[in-house]
Design a protein around this ligand. Structure first.
Ligand code: NAP
Length: 313
């Protein structure tokens, strides 16, 4: 297929493009930052500079590229400092998930694109009640903390807009697998503590496994939501010390909930206490997906061995 990848220069895009090419697809890959065009070309795709928030430019680029499929992987989280307000940190990404998705879907309709796959997110979104691990049909959190409402609404918009248009929204777990992953620096500096008893569950996914699931979704008929997460949703008190060990860092500190709420805000506390994980059973069953890193236990060790040894990748 001729595939248009929005965000080909990013963390997942740069893993996805080579896998698509290996499967025989032809790829047109977009980038935003000047200088990333060469990176996209080196991955084997035809590079196009594109701002997804410019709907006119999106229409032009898609009509000109004449793709049979579009994959939306554009986000704006690299180098973002996560403060008390998730909505502030995610603001530009939220626009990419709402306005960007709408612009791509409109262009896809006009260009007669057959398949549409987009990046959504699984962790910290499901209702914080009942069992610890949620499937795609389980209810989303009806009352996220105030500072995460826009972020949750943007993800919900993407899920609904994409599936209503006949596409697939992939609710990925927390990405890891690159030396500059968002958690690397704070965990190495012991700035990411276990909050309370750390019972909040997270779901993770290695970038290579996320890319493999995306290639399979492209070949799948019909609309749908899929959790793209590993086999082991786990509480913070388990995964965080393992991550610190994989990074060669000191063990994480512990802070009580009241203090974390004061310093880091309710959003961070919600992720650390009470959040639910996600099940990958549907993606395995319907997409025929198998994981190279079924658990973050092997994945963190494999991803960060070079980092913990001080090797720059
Ligand atoms: N994905 C998540 O939900 C999430 C959540 C929390 C933390 N993180 C962390 O964030 C880091 C990765 O950041 P990321 O997920 O945003 O990926 P990324 O690696 O920055 O990739 C984002 C892609 O979107 C493109 N892009 C950015 N703004 C755009 C715009 N206005 N129009 C079109 N394309 C645009 C980027 O282009 P250029 O690169 O060319 O600018 C890039 O290709 C990792 O450390 C990850 O651990 C991610």
């Amino acid at each position: 297929m001729r595939v248009f990848v929005a965000g080909a220069s990013g963390a997942i895009g740069s893993r996805l493009v080579p896998q698509l090419i290996e499967q025989g697809h032809e790829v047109i890959g977009t980038f935003r930052s000047p200088g990333n065009g060469e990176r996209v070309r080196a991955l084997g795709a035809q590079p196009i500079a594109l701002d997804l928030l410019d709907a006119h430019a999106v229409r032009e680029a898609v009509l000109k590229a004449e793709p049979e499929a579009i994959i939306h992987q554009a986000t704006a989280l690299a180098d973002v400092r996560f403060g008390r307000s998730l909505d502030r940190s995610f603001g530009p990404t939220n626009r990419l998930r709402t306005e960007g998705t709408d612009a791509l879907l409109a262009a896809a309709r006009e260009a007669g694109v057959l398949r549409f796959v987009a990046q959504s997110f699984a962790s910290y979104r499901y209702a914080r009640e009942g069992g610890p691990v949620k499937i795609e049909n389980d209810p989303l959190d009806p009352a996220p903390p105030a500072m995460a409402r826009e972020t949750n609404a943007a993800m919900r918009h993407l899920d609904e807009a994409v599936t209503n248009a006949g596409g697939i929204a992939l609710r990925y777990g927390g990405f890891y697998g690159a030396s500059h992953d968002g958690l690397v620096r704070p965990v190495r500096r012991r700035q990411f503590p276990i909050i309370g008893d750390g019972d909040g569950i997270s779901s993770f996914i290695h970038l290579e496994d996320a890319a493999a699931a995306t290639v399979l979704a492209l070949g799948h008929e019909g609309a749908g939501l899929y959790n793209i997460v590993d086999d082991e949703p786990a509480p913070m008190r388990e995964w965080l010390p393992a991550l610190a060990t994989a990074l060669g860092a000191q063990p994480p500190r512990h802070v009580p909930v009241w203090l974390a709420r004061l310093i880091a805000g309710k959003g961070m506390v919600m992720m650390a206490v009470g959040s639910r994980g996600a099940s990958n059973a549907k993606a395995k069953r319907e997409l025929g997906w198998t994981l190279r890193y079924p658990s973050w236990r092997q994945g963190f060790a494999a991803a960060y061995a070079p980092v913990s040894q001080g090797v720059n990748r």
